[in-house]
Every structure is written in structure tokens, then in C-alpha cells.
Design a protein around this ligand. Structure first.
Ligand code: FAD
Ligand code: SF4
Ligand code: SF4
Length: 481
């Protein structure tokens, strides 16, 4: 068979079709179309099959990218799916929302000169095809092992761990305070990046595997953490980080100034067909001048949601410049195409209005000398104050963890100075025996792909812990006879 690979010299990089900005502004549908099978095959064949694949090294899941690209190029899609799903519980999700420019694709060796292989789009194509052809099966175990696990949090970390443990025969119970599984996949990330049908499809599959979901149950409120520990042989905490960083100053308490996640959750809920929550009208950007404060991916999701809701104008205020913003450049570009105005080097100083916000008083900033971390400081420019009209202000300044030892009435749970849970980095165990933790609650706000990785690693360690505990108690029983 002729070598189908190394086609990067002949075939240019082609991502799946992206809908034009005017069309995508009008709805919340995903902006990238599915890969056409022939194009996926051709794009996979661009890979040069590196001996040391830097794409794989920089994928948090160490996905076997060159091999599944080769199988795709050869049309052996079922094998490509087997390989891809062996290291990733949700490849179609990571393929859609990983910041590939910072991970696998940003480190593809053909990037310099030929533009990278479209790894994320091929990964998505493989698993979407696998679903269409019925190759994706629920992770039902061959036999039950009689042990039970409680997982707090149905985000990607909790769900990845749940699937791994269920496959090994554990009775897996997932508890979440929300009414749907998915965590930020469901209620944070907007539909135009990740269609909720994709998340619902995964949730159904996990239920089919026998995982039991206890939804609308907040641990620490509806069920005591101590009671949860009593119910299960081991517990995983995967509760994410939700305490929104706030912004003070004059007028900060006015109506119409809302945290990002409240805005995004309301929008996702509407998309899922839920009735608008109390104050829903306030959270609708239609007909409003919207200002979003922040420069990360959450801010990008907010500006693009506001555009789709029919805002009159959408401005993103960020105190540093374009080169120093934390958000993905791909998302900034998408936002600009959709009509968002970026106001770089600008910080809010006060909020204007009586009762309801009517504007933001802002100050221009300039970048100063680098601090100890190497990051340039930001300093206000004297006399640069100006006002921006705004009927809705969205604060997207990042998230910190809730104080779990207090919320769970478990003072023995040690936390770092940032409030994240301390775990042994090999065993993933917290300072409480039999209690493990994974995802954002350990790392701080991070990425879905890291949550999946942590969930998988924590599950493997929990398995080892429970097997050892079982062997020890069997040995004690024998000795006592
Ligand atoms: P989460 O997804 O936060 O899930 C935690 C779950 O725990 C939630 O369902 C919560 O309801 C539940 N919970 C919390 N406390 C309790 C309790 N006491 N009792 C019961 N349940 C509880 N990452 C990317 O890779 N790509 C992106 O494009 C991207 N976009 C993002 C956009 C936004 C707006 C945000 C906020 C984040 C984004 N991220 C993105 C980051 C990513 O979503 C997170 O890193 C990831 O979801 C963390 O997974 P997790 O399982 O640790 O926590
Ligand atoms: Fe790239 Fe993310 Fe897929 Fe890894 S999981 S190959 S980083 S898209
Ligand atoms: Fe293929 Fe790029 Fe990975 Fe090399 S780095 S194996 S060319 S995808």
C-alpha cells in the first residue's frame, strides 16, 4: 500500500467549514460544521508520523495522536475510535473545546511553515462518526465487585472518574447540586462552542452503564458529607471552582451588574428549554449596551452570548493588551468577526447610574515593568478617564474555590492558600482517608482536558486503595478465624 501519510507538502491545512459571522450571530448553534469524511481523511494524512510526537507530549491525556491520524487516513475509523477512546473518555468534547493552539496543534512540528495538522477536528470527527455508526458502547462491567463509590460533582472530572470506576465493577453514585449532569460543560460553556446534545448524549451513556445520578443534591446542604462517607467505600470530590472574583468601587452594587456564570447559566438554561429564572429579563442582553469586564475564555463566552441575544453593542474591557490576554486567540478572533469591540488597556473605575447601571467609568492603563513572575504590571494613565454607556455589565474576572472544609463540615480537609484541596500528588488522596479529589477543585480554574486526565488518574488510585483495603480486611478475617 502506498504511504498515505506526510501529505502536508501537498495538502494545505483545512479546518471544517466555519459558518459566516452574520449567520452565526443569529443563533446558538455550533459554529464549525462536521468534517466531511474525505476532508478528514486528507487532513489526517498531512501528519508526518514523527518519531517523537510533540503533539502527544503536549496533550494532557497523552493521546496516541499519530496512530489515530494514520488509521483515519487509511479509512480504518473503528480502530481509530478504539485507540482514541482508550485514553480519553470524551474525545468529541475535547476535540471541540480544547484550546488546541496552546496544546497539541500548537506543538505540531509541521506548524512552522505548513500549519499544524487539524488534530482537534479529526478527533471530533472520529468519535462523532463512532456515535453515528453505533460503535460507542456504555461502560458496563463484566461483573460487579461489591464495592461502592460516591462522587461529588458531575463535571468532566467526576464523570471521567465515574466511567473508569464503573468499568471496573464498582457501584458508582454521582451527586450534583444541579438538575443536570455535565458541570461547566452543561451550564458554563455556551452551545455555540459545545452543543448540549453532545453532553446529554454522554450523560445518557453513563446512565446506561449503570452509574446512578443523584441530582439536585448539594453535599453539605441536602446530604451531610459525613453521611456520604458512611454510604461508600471511597469518595471523590470533584466540585470545581465557583466563587466569582468580584470587583468593587463606586456603584458596584447597582442592578444590571452580574457575574459571568449567572449570565451564561441563564442563557444555557433557556437553550435547554427551561423557563427563565427570576431576574431572567435582567440577564437578557437583547436591545442593551453590554460591557463585559475580563480577558479570559469566560469573558469571550459572555461577549459572544450577548451578541447572539441581540445586544445593541458589546464591548470587552481588558486592562492589558491583546498580546497579554489569557483567552484563546481563536476565540478573540471569533468574537471580533461577530462584532465585539475590544477595549484594550482599560479598567473600570466606577459604575454609573441610579438603581440600574447606565454606564461604566473607565481609565486607560499602560503596561509597566515586569514583576517577579515576569508579567508586566499595569498602571493607570493620569487624566485618561472616560465613560462607556452600559445597561448590562458582566463581570468575568475568574473563579476561586469555595471553602470546602467549612461547607462540608470537615475541618480535617486541608486546603492550599488559594483554597484548593490539598491532595497527595501521587495518590490523589486528600488529608481524609478514603477521600480523593480531582479537577478544578485541586488545580484551580483549568481546562476540561485536565479535568478528564485528573478524573482518570484519581479513579486508578481509588481502585488501588479499595482493592488493598479489601485484601487487608480479608486477611484480618482469615487471621481471626
Ligand atoms: P466542574 O465542571 O465545575 O463541575 C463541578 C460540578 O460539581 C458542578 O456540576 C457543580 O454543580 C458540582 N458541585 C459543586 N459543589 C457541589 C456540592 N456541594 N454538592 C454537589 N455538587 C456540587 N475549558 C476548556 O477546556 N475549554 C473551554 O472552552 C472552556 N470554556 C469555559 C467556559 C467557561 C464559562 C468556564 C467557566 C470554564 C471553561 N472551561 C473551559 C474550563 C472547564 O469548564 C473546567 O476546567 C472544567 O469544567 C472543570 O471540571 P470539573 O469537573 O473539575 O468541575
Ligand atoms: Fe488535542 Fe485536547 Fe485532543 Fe489532546 S484532548 S489531542 S489536547 S484536542
Ligand atoms: Fe503528526 Fe504533527 Fe503529531 Fe508530528 S507533531 S505526529 S506531524 S500531528
Amino acid at each position: 500500500m502506498p504511504n498515505r501519510m506526510l501529505q502536508f507538502v501537498r495538502i494545505p491545512q483545512q479546518a471544517p467549514e466555519k459558518r459566516d459571522a452574520a449567520t452565526r450571530r443569529a443563533d446558538f448553534n455550533e459554529i464549525y460544521a462536521d468534517f466531511d469524511p474525505e476532508r478528514a481523511r486528507g487532513q489526517a494524512a498531512r501528519c508526518s508520523q514523527c518519531g517523537v510526537p510533540f503533539c502527544q507530549v503536549h496533550c494532557p491525556l497523552a493521546n496516541n495522536i499519530p496512530d489515530w491520524l494514520k488509521l483515519t487516513a487509511e479509512g480504518r475509523l473503528e480502530e481509530a475510535y478504539e485507540l482514541s477512546s482508550a485514553t480519553n473518555n470524551f474525545p468529541e468534547i475535547c476535540g471541540r473545546i480544547c484550546p488546541q493552539d496552546r496544546l497539541c496543534e500548537g506543538n505540531c512540528v509541521i506548524e512552522k511553515g505548513f500549519e499544524s495538522v487539524t488534530i482537534g477536528a479529526v478527533e471530533r470527527f472520529i468519535t462523532d462518526t463512532a456515535f453515528q455508526r453505533g460503535w460507542v458502547k456504555a461502560a458496563r462491567p463484566r461483573r460487579e465487585n461489591g464495592l461502592s463509590v460516591g462522587i461529588v460533582g458531575a463535571g468532566p472530572a467526576g464523570l471521567a472518574a465515574a466511567e473508569q470506576l464503573r468499568r471496573l465493577g464498582y457501584a458508582v453514585h454521582v451527586y450534583d447540586r444541579h438538575d443536570r449532569a455535565g458541570g461547566l460543560l452543561m451550564y458554563g460553556i455556551p452551545n455555540f462552542k459545545l452543543d448540549k446534545a453532545i453532553v446529554l448524549r454522554r450523560w445518557r451513556l453513563l446512565e446506561e452503564a449503570g452509574i446512578v445520578f443523584h441530582l439536585g443534591v448539594a453535599i453539605g446542604c441536602d446530604l451531610a458529607f459525613a453521611a456520604l462517607r458512611q454510604r461508600h467505600d471511597a469518595v471523590l470530590i470533584a466540585t470545581g471552582v465557583y466563587k466569582a472574583r468580584d470587583i468593587g468601587g463606586p456603584g458596584a452594587g447597582l442592578d444590571g451588574i452580574v457575574p459571568a456564570l449567572q449570565f451564561l447559566t441563564a442563557s444555557n438554561r433557556l437553550g435547554l428549554g427551561d423557563a427563565p429564572a427570576v431576574g431572567g429579563a435582567l440577564l437578557d442582553a437583547a436591545g442593551k449596551h453590554v460591557v463585559v469586564i475580563g480577558g479570559g475564555d469566560t469573558a469571550m463566552d459572555c461577549v459572544r452570548t450577548a451578541v447572539r441575544q441581540g445586544a445593541v453593542s458589546v464591548k470587552c474591557l481588558y486592562r492589558r493588551d491583546r498580546a497579554n490576554m489569557p483567552g484563546s486567540m481563536r476565540e478573540v478572533k471569533n468574537a471580533e468577526e461577530e462584532g465585539v469591540e475590544f477595549v484594550w488597556l482599560t479598567a473600570p473605575e466606577a459604575f454609573l447610574g441610579e438603581g440600574q447601571v447606565s454606564g461604566v467609568r473607565a481609565t486607560r492603563m499602560h503596561l509597566g515593568l515586569p514583576d517577579a513572575s515576569g508579567r508586566q504590571s499595569v498602571e493607570p494613565l493620569e487624566g485618561s478617564r472616560f465613560d462607556i454607556p452600559a445597561d448590562l455589565v458582566v463581570k468575568a474576572l475568574g473563579f476561586d474555590p469555595e471553602v470546602l472544609p467549612a461547607a462540608f463540615d470537615a475541618p480535617e480537609l486541608a486546603v492550599s492558600r488559594w483554597g484548593t484541596l490539598k491532595v497527595d500528588h501521587h495518590s490523589f488522596m486528600t488529608t481524609l482517608p478514603g477521600v480523593f479529589a480531582a479537577g478544578d477543585i485541586v488545580r484551580g480554574a483549568s481546562l476540561v482536558v485536565w479535568a478528564v486526565r485528573d478524573g482518570r488518574d484519581a479513579a486508578a488510585q481509588m481502585h488501588q486503595y479499595m482493592q488493598q483495603a479489601m485484601q487487608q480486611s480479608a486477611a484480618v478475617a482469615v487471621a481471626a478465624e
